[in-house]
Design a protein around this ligand. Structure first.
Ligand SMILES: Cc1ncc(COP(=O)(O)O)c(C=O)c1O
Length: 368
């Protein structure tokens, strides 16, 4: 098969050799379940898990490893947070926004649909940034740190501060699924209550993600089972402290072993701004293309006059170029921009300027 030019990092990143090796090494040499035995393999698996947690805590600027909970991904974390928050708080209102991914907004919208809470929206500015100066007063605020359609980092500390100014007891939840691939996360500076990201967007395997909880002691667990109980006698049990409290069951250990290696490899990448700006500038010369993103955004989204996005994606695919087309699980921002869907180009460490040149040649050919 000819080389496929993969321009879909924002959906999921390709895996570097170092991640694959780390996972194979863990499977072959250290694999065992954590915390449930005393042999050398368990000790090695326990150490790997503790190291990974410490590494991630440092990576996101957390104060303590106890604030770092491993999940299966952003969607998992965002859904779990609904139950975690509601088990300790009576939530009467929720603010979401039109730049949210379905995975960030639907879990809370579902609560409001069943009459459990009122839904508010954080308005957007004319550039589709979060208009935190007009923040609604809500018990929960969902903050998308970077839209997967627009690729612009939001001013998370300002949004959190604005939410707190309206309601000092607000719970702020940050979806950093896209942000993590482009900017350093700093949960301490953000001052958010929760934050989620997925490992697979930065070169780790699928099935592993991180949920940060600022005050894990203030919330009850949403899942019960093995590994989260401190002691048990008959029907009486005491729940362990965080992180165990929120990690019932076996963790995705192999994927966690790859995650810290993935973080390292991803951080060594310069970010691909040269590739993005080259493609952007060339697309902006094509009259049938309407760019939906800004030149300095991390990704490029566009539509083509008189060509359905699915047809365009199929034509690109026929030339071995993989782009994402459709509503990107972000239907609200597409509605706000007056389009049904878009074509998205996003790059990762494997992409080169030659990929960009070939892509532009192919688009010119398609539009002839
Ligand atoms: C902004 C944003 N939030 C959430 C998600 C969901 O991530 P996952 O599918 O890894 O759970 C994505 C994935 O595309 C995303 O881009």
């Amino acid at each position: 098969m000819n080389k496929i030019i993969y321009l879909d990092a924002a959906a999921s990143a390709l895996k570097p050799e170092s991640v694959i090796k780390a996972q194979v090494d863990f499977l072959q040499n250290s694999y065992a379940n954590t915390g449930r035995g005393v042999c050398a393999r368990v000790a090695a698996a326990d150490k790997m898990l503790a190291d990974a947690r410490e590494y991630v805590a440092h990576f996101i600027g957390a104060d303590s490893v106890n604030q770092v909970i491993f999940t299966s991904g952003t969607t998992d974390g965002m859904n779990r947070i609904v139950n975690i928050v509601r088990s300790s708080r009576n939530i009467k209102s929720v603010a979401v926004s039109d730049i949210d991914h379905h995975s960030a907004r639907m879990p809370w919208e579902n609560v409001t649909r069943s009459g459990g809470a009122k839904l508010f929206k954080i308005p957007l500015t004319k550039n589709y940034d979060l208009d935190y100066k007009n923040m609604p007063n809500a018990d929960v605020v969902v903050i998308t740190a970077m839209s997967n359609v627009l690729g612009v980092p939001q001013d998370v500390p300002a949004v959190v501060a604005a939410a707190r100014a309206k309601n000092p007891n607000v719970i702020t939840i940050v979806d950093a699924a896209q942000y993590v691939a482009h900017k350093p996360i700093d949960v301490r500076a953000w001052d958010c209550d929760f934050m989620c990201f997925s490992g697979h967007k930065i070169g780790a395997d699928t099935g592993v993600g991180v949920m940060y909880i600022k005050n894990p002691d203030s919330f009850s667990p949403d899942k019960f089972g093995g590994g989260m109980v401190k002691n048990i006698s008959g029907n009486n049990w005491n729940i362990d402290s965080a992180p165990n409290k929120f990690e019932a069951g076996t963790l995705p250990l192999t994927q966690i072993a790859g995650l810290l290696v993935a973080i390292d490899a991803w951080r060594a990448w310069s970010g691909g701004a040269d590739i993005i700006s080259y493609i952007y500038d060339e697309l902006s010369k094509m009259p049938r293309i309407k760019l939906l993103t800004a030149r300095d955004a991390e990704i490029i989204s566009f539509v083509v006059r008189d060509v359905h996005v699915l047809d365009f994606g199929a034509l690109m695919g026929a030339h071995n170029i993989c782009v994402r087309v459709g509503n990107m699980c972000a239907s609200w921002i597409h509605n706000a921009m007056g389009v049904d869907g878009s074509i998205r180009i996003s790059v990762g460490p494997w992409n080169t300027i030659d990929d960009a040149k070939y892509t532009i040649d192919v688009i010119r050919e398609i539009l002839k």
